[in-house]
Ligand binder design. Structure first.
Ligand code: F6R
Length: 609
């Protein structure tokens, strides 16, 4: 997730406006910032790594001439957060400048093709290919104008993008376009603006035009013109009036970041499906060679590791050991060795216990691999190979979208390893890959159809003194995560166990009305879970079940239930099944009058780059 902004003013300097608008988009990324303007047919460019204020102190971003320009604030995905990888990116001539939010999936193929045509690349980003591709398209078709060249180039780009392009060849316009990354226009009497999100321009105008996938826009002093990328057909769309406050706008109209981020999961899951093959391959090769694999993490990330241990075992027949970051040194510090591989998982890449485990393992010559949401974090700097979760910044303290993204990447890694090891049939791999691709829509359906129901359940149980969360197999990890969410933001003590363990002690707590949340996908554990549900029910527990749609057996036993669309394979089930539990925690916190974005005594780790 990055923030882009562009403006064409009728009069005056664009740079101060771009600078202040990027500040309002900084919640989308803060690894680097850059602005390019056009004045007297020349490009003026300022960019560097760091937060906007830090870069501004050194470069004075407002001091750039020209009434037209584009800007970018970056959350690194391809290439470290360095100046050279900062946007805007240029073609070989420096005449074309591009800012981009999204992931160009086929950038390696395009880059190779363009390098063979003598294009020189300076960055490690996917975005830079767009600038060179436009340049090459113009070279191949000298009669094309900038709009035509951008349009033809976009037809060759696969993946997600919201991008904005300027060129000295046609210094009076910005060409921008969208596919699966947000893009919105702002208009007022002084000019036209394009941005990743409404807060960017809200203080200057509340008149906005939403841009849809497959559309291209030409911004000029005359206004805006929307066309379809596929066939240039014109799109007529009038501005709408936005009545959000600035604070609401940053949260896109949601009352809290946590619920915004829960709702973002279809989009963030889609992004995880755009992993760079090369890194998945590299990581799975290291895992394949390992004699012992530790999955090390804290909190929610640990729960992703717990789920992953089932994925690696079931799909790739690879035994792995999930270990809490805070326990690793005590538990394995003496035995970890050159034969060990550590896969550390961390949203922030900075959690002290995780870093400490990794450092200990490194000192004993173990191989360190990592999965993180923060490229450039300490973890990426000390790992042999790392891969990003692509979830964008998570502002809510409670991890939600980053958890499901971690699970999706770990599932892809397990599948890649399964392929390498030939442990399961190609048919099964194909089926799981197809199901993985369907998950963003499944999560979307859950949020759309179950949210109101969960709100009512939260209201009903908000005064419970304690909760149980139970699941079997991989759903144990889901249950653990549901329990952590409820405890940390609704402050209700909660206990999570593998359901089979509940009769070895915890069941003695059960009395009339005790709420027990069961995670029940329709997998090989289903029959035994029904047994556990009946045991609890017989002792007066109130059963809240997360079930597969149409699971009549559990429906008939449950006091309340939430339904997940049919057909999710067991190994992928934590991704959709955790969503109702995130919502349950969120609405319980609200029902009890707490602010879910600010749980007491907790803060998110942040990266100091
Ligand atoms: C819970 C939560 C924490 C983090 C934990 C690890 O909602 O956010 O439990 O998961 O502190 O953080 P990272 O993943 O940044 O290492």
């Amino acid at each position: 997730m990055c923030g882009i902004f562009g403006c064409v003013l009728k009069d005056g300097n664009a740079a101060p406006l771009i600078h202040s608008s990027l500040k309002r988009l900084e919640y989308r990324g803060y690894d680097s910032v850059g602005i390019a303007t056009i004045f007297n047919d020349k490009i003026h460019l300022k960019k560097d790594m760091g937060k906007i204020d830090e870069v501004d102190k050194i470069l004075n971003l407002d001091d750039m001439p020209g009434s037209i320009g584009i800007g970018h604030t970056r959350w690194a995905t391809h290439g470290a957060p360095l100046k050279v990888n900062s946007h805007p990116h240029a073609d070989c001539t420096g005449e074309i400048m591009v800012v981009h939010n999204g992931i160009i999936e086929n950038f390696m193929d395009l880059k190779t093709e363009l390098q063979n045509l003598d294009h020189t690349f300076v960055s490690k980003t996917d975005t830079e290919v767009a600038a060179h591709l436009i340049e090459q398209t113009l070279k191949n078709n000298p009669k094309l104008d900038l709009v035509g060249a951008v349009q033809e180039s976009l037809k060759r780009i696969e993946g997600s993008y919201a991008l904005a392009v300027i060129s000295t060849r046609e210094p009076d316009k910005i060409v921008c376009a969208r596919n699966e990354s947000p893009l919105v226009l702002g208009v007022n009497g002084k000019g036209v603006f394009c941005a990743s999100d409404i807060p960017a321009f809200l203080p200057i105008t509340n008149k906005a035009v939403m841009i849809n996938n497959g559309e291209l826009v030409i911004l000029s002093p005359k206004g805006y013109e929307i066309r379809k990328i596929s066939d240039s057909s014109p799109v007529i769309r009038e501005p709408i009036t936005i009545d959000w406050t600035a604070e609401m706008a940053v949260k896109q109209g949601y009352p809290h970041f946590m619920i915004k981020e829960i709702h973002e999961q279809p989009e963030t899951l889609r992004n995880t499906l755009r992993m760079q093959d090369h890194y998945l391959d590299l990581l799975s090769t290291f895992l394949d060679r390992a004699n012992e694999v530790f999955l090390v993490a804290c909190g929610t990330s640990y729960h992703a590791c717990l789920a992953a241990s089932y994925m690696f075992s079931k799909l790739a027949f690879l035994p792995t050991y999930p270990v809490y970051g805070s326990e690793f040194v005590e538990q394995h510090g003496k035995s970890v060795s050159i034969d060990s591989t550590i896969l550390a998982v961390s949203q922030s890449g900075e959690t002290a216990d995780t870093i400490c485990s990794v450092t200990c393992a490194q000192q004993r010559a173990a191989t360190v691999l990592s999965l993180t949401n923060t490229i450039g974090s300490t973890l990426t700097r000390i790992s042999r190979v790392y891969i990003g979760t692509q979830a964008g910044p998570e502002i809510g303290v409670a991890a939600t979208k980053t958890f499901t993204s971690q699970l999706s990447v770990l599932a892809q890694l397990a599948l890649r390893l399964a392929k390498k090891r030939g442990k399961i049939s190609q048919d099964e791999i194909d089926h799981l890959e197809e199901q993985l691709v369907r998950l963003p829509d499944t999560v979307d359906t859950i949020v759309k159809t179950q949210e109101q129901k969960i709100k009512i359940i939260a209201e009903k149980y908000k005064d419970a003194k304690v909760f149980f969360f139970l699941g079997r197999g991989i759903s144990t990890a889901t249950a653990f995560e549901g329990r952590l969410k409820l405890m940390e933001i609704a402050y209700i003590p909660a206990i999570a166990f593998p359901a089979g363990e509940s009769k070895h002690g915890p069941i003695s707590l059960i009395e009339d009305g005790f709420p027990v949340v069961f995670v029940c996908p329709k997998d090989e554990t289903h029959k035994t879970v029904i047994g556990n549900v009946m045991e609890m029910k017989a002792r007066g527990a109130h059963i809240i079940a997360v079930i597969e749609e149409g699971d009549e057996e559990i429906k008939s036993l449950a006091d309340d239930y939430v339904e997940i669309p049919k057909g999710v394979p067991s190994v992928l089930s934590p991704i959709p099944f955790v969503v109702p539990l995130q919502l349950l925690a969120y609405y319980t916190a609200l029902a009890k009058g707490y602010n879910p974005d600010m749980p007491r005594n907790l803060a998110k780790s942040v990266t100091v780059k």
